[in-house]
Ligand binder design. Structure first.
Ligand code: F6R
Length: 586
């Protein structure tokens, strides 16, 4: 994932671009760069590291110009270094490209372009785009350089494959930016006498909240005075901007030390906002009538990473309340496995961004198999929501932290609500049970507001264990996916090794990795599986583990002789407790 931004307007573009890149750092931060059109010449400044490094370099170089593009990178092809940072140029140095995504056929194209005399300066897939545009310009039709550029870019799009969104600037067409989208996000901000191109809205939200979400295959032409949208055949399309109601403050850190912490604290609100709209009858949302809903035979949940863990919890919810068999697949696996074409299948894609290529690819496959498709997604008008038959939106606001927190708990909340609606529609739970269970669900945000207060207890305990090289997380049943999520979060944020296990499995091998002091975090609320979890603690302790119980008041009392430390959470009920337990692990 990378972040791109472009500005064209009456003012110096540099501050807009640098500021926009800072807002996009959550998309990647190993290097960054800008290209500014200054008096007919492109001035490019790039730096390894965070955008702050680029800012310092830009202050020294001091480029000025009313049109420019910028990029913040998370390396996928070629190591993080200045040569591999974007923007990338062609041989003439007059075309610059910033790109987010992966050009799958870049090696073949690179060979072909090299044989035609193009000289490559980086190891990236992106650079082929710049050279391909240069090559295609040689034969592009058009009365003006602008028309020729558009045609060359269209031809280029026909030659590259993969997921990409990119911005192009050509020194021969001053004050003109082109944006292209295919399976990676691209949005346009419509301002007054200025327009913006970006991977995401926070990059320009300070300046405009009028946003155009590009569809796959579309191209946007930006000048200071306007924006033109072209479909994949090159025909002009009417602009249908959306007004975004997130204010800049919502998109920023809100006074917390870092975005992840802010987003952990956003969770009570995110759950409340998500439930506000969940009242909508899921049957209507799916465009199915009760008879069709009753005919549902199975559910496939498809997702990646943290969203996959939400899907694993969702399986327990749907099977429990609706009695419908559920399979949960990693999207990257679903795409390649043989999925039987079973009638009465509902495929659910869970994704915060709605732009994860594997999830989109997998849900497309489900559609091809004739399944009804539902997205549980956080981003309005994202690709996934346009592919699926229906969308249930989690309402978390923008997720800036790379590590997903509030999106996860909102996904769990949505899946719980969906399971209740499916259960009612299938006749698996009565109207009365539905009402009382839904009422319980509505209290979740209050429990969450108490749960986030454990920060200081957790900080205290982490001081004791943070130097450990390896961590274990154990859970059972509906808390097993939470153990997986705890391990993922720890790996992602601390770069330490961590593994999550179903507590009943440790005796089948994993216990051998426990040594003296191995921090072992055990999810053990005082519920029906408490006794089993207690014996898992004793087994681990016998091997020398330092056991930290994530539990409830009652659990802490019962476990006091079997664990080393306790983190005490409020108790929301057996099936809702995972939503609170994960907060301790975040
Ligand atoms: C982990 C994390 C990732 C995402 C995954 C899917 O903290 O953020 O594992 O959950 O990349 O992303 P979305 O939900 O946007 O499809």
């Amino acid at each position: 994932m990378c972040g791109i931004i472009g500005y064209v307007g009456k003012k110096n573009s540099v501050p807009f671009i640098i500021d926009g890149l800072k807002k996009l750092e959550y998309r990647g931060y190993d290097s960054a760069g800008i290209s500014i059109l200054q008096e007919g010449k492109l001035v490019t400044v790039r730096a390894v590291g965070k955008v702050a490094e680029l800012e310092k370099a830009a202050l020294l170089a001091n480029p000025k110009g009313q049109c420019g593009i910028g990029h913040t990178r998370w390396a996928t092809h070629g190591k993080p270094c200045e040569e591999n940072s974007h923007p990338h140029t062609d041989c003439t140095g007059e075309i610059v490209v910033v790109h987010n995504g992966i050009i799958e056929n870049f090696l073949t194209l690179r060979e072909k372009l090299s044989s035609l005399g193009h000289r490559f300066k980086s190891e990236t897939d992106t650079e082929v785009i710049a050279h391909l545009i240069e090559e295609n310009l040689k034969t592009a039709c058009g009365a003006t350089p602008k028309e020729r550029l558009i045609n060359a870019v269209r031809k280029t799009n026909g030659e590259i494959s993969g997921a990409y969104a990119y911005g192009v600037l050509w020194a021969q067409v001053p004050g003109f930016l082109l944006g292209v989208k295919n399976q990676s996000p691209m949005v346009v901000g419509l301002g007054k006498d200025e327009n913006f191109l970006s991977s995401d809205v926070p990059a320009f939200l300070k300046h405009t909240n009028k946003v155009l979400f590009l569809e796959d295959g579309e191209m946007a032409e930006l000048t200071e005075t306007g924006v033109k949208l072209l479909d994949k055949n090159g025909a002009e399309k009417p602009l249908k901007p959306v007004k975004i109601n997130w204010d800049q403050k919502t998109a920023e850190k809100g006074g917390y030390e870092h975005f992840m912490l802010k987003e952990i604290y956003d969770q009570p609100q995110a759950i409340e906002d998500t439930l506000r709209t969940a009242q909508t009858d899921f049957g209507k949302l799916l465009n199915l009538n009760t008879r069709e809903l009753r005919a549902l035979q199975q559910v496939h949940i498809i997702a990646c990473g943290t969203a996959y863990h939400a899907g694993l919890v969702g399986k327990y919810y749907i099977e429990n309340f609706a009695g419908i068999p559920v399979t949960v697949d990693l999207a990257s696996e679903y795409k390649y496995r043989c999925v039987p074409r079973t009638a009465g299948t509902l495929a659910i894609a869970v994704s915060q961004s709605g732009e994860t290529a594997d999830t989109i690819g997998a849900i497309r496959k489900a559609k091809e198999l004739g399944f009804k498709t539902l997205a549980i997604c956080n981003v309005l008008a994202s690709t996934l929501t346009r592919v699926c038959d229906a969308t249930f939106y989690t309402h978390c606001g923008p997720e800036i932290s790379v590590a997903s927190t509030k999106a996860f708990t909102s996904q769990l909340t949505s899946l719980y609500a969906l399971a209740l609606f499916l259960g009612k529609a299938k006749g698996n739970i009565s109207e009365a049970s539905f009402n009382s269970l839904y009422k319980e669900l509505l209290t979740l945000s209050k429990f969450m507001a108490d749960a986030v207060k454990i920060e200081y207890d957790v900080r205290h305990i982490t001081k004791r264990v943070y130097k450990a090289p390896h961590f274990l997380f154990l859970g059972r049943n509906v808390n097993f996916p939470i153990a997986l999520e705890g391990a993922l979060k720890l790996k992602e944020v601390s770069y330490r090794s961590a593994e999550g296990f179903a507590a009943g499995e440790i005796k089948h091998g994993p216990i051998s990795i426990i040594e003296k002091g191995t921090p072992t975090i055990v999810l053990m609320p005082a519920d029906s599986l408490f006794e089993k979890m207690l014996s898992a603690c004793q087994e681990c302790r016998a091997r020398g583990a330092f056991v930290i119980a994530v539990t409830t008041q009652e659990g802490a009392r019962l476990a006091k002789d079997s664990v080393d430390k306790t983190i005490i959470l409020p108790y929301a009920g057996e099936l809702l407790q995972p939503v609170l337990n994960v907060v301790a692990l975040q």
